[in-house]
Design a protein around this ligand. Sequence first.
Ligand SMILES: C[S@@+](CC[C@H](N)C(=O)[O-])C[C@H]1O[C@@H](n2cnc3c(N)ncnc32)[C@H](O)[C@@H]1O
Length: 253
Amino acid sequence: MSTERSDTHFGFRSVPLEEKQALVDDVFHKVARRYDLMNDLMSGGLHRVWKEALVSKLRPPQSERIFELLDIAGGTGDVAFRVIAAGGPNVHAIVADINSDMLAIGRERALERGLDTQVEFREANAESLRFADKSFDAVTIAFGIRNVPRIEAALSEIHRVLKPGGRFLCLEFSSTDIPGLDTLYELYSFHLVPEIGRIVAGNAEPYRYLVESIRRFPTPEIFADMMRKAGFARVDWTPMTGGIVAFHSGWRL
Ligand SMILES: C[S@@+](CC[C@H](N)C(=O)[O-])C[C@H]1O[C@@H](n2cnc3c(N)ncnc32)[C@H](O)[C@@H]1O
């Protein structure tokens, strides 16, 4: 029997691969109630601009045909609501997330917006999606993929559930190398973000993880390669806001 242990990172900590998900889940159970407020405070509202840019790239068609969207790690439903706002009543969205607390907030928000018939919230692990092959016109994931322990497994699942001709769009934090901005971003992330977490949400630890996990995430070039290996075609990526975030795009042909 092999005694080899496969490790990964939880923030800056090296942890056994099979332990990462529980640690991540604990972070999002802790932040769920304050998640949307903290998103605004931590990004200075920029997450709204980035998500709108993702929707513009996706360009959901305002046609008679139903447009099936799967938003993985969709949490409180932000991306799905925006795609529905842009695409109209024929968008049908499934928000899939592993965390029941995040999904519960999402369901409340959908009810408040009268969108509960257009968007479904389902508990699901990105690494093993219980959806049929070739069921979605588009799959999105925003600020979610870096939390998934087995990224390759998630990419292969995303490719499997996309219809041929369907598009995958991923929005994730990246790293800036613009002199000055990198130092500022570093100071902001490692000092101010955990402090905002402590003051607003009463706990700095989960926010420290969120910042550290950004540093551990593969570079856009490596992530693009992982997408190609999972079978995606026409893979490209675009940096935004000086490289603080990157969009990745790929198609199932
Ligand atoms: C930073 S939040 C992003 C939420 C939302 N996409 C947004 O941009 O507002 C990351 C989300 O990833 C989810 N997540 C972490 N691991 C996951 C997994 N293995 N499968 C599905 N969702 C996961 C968390 O529960 C959390 O809701």
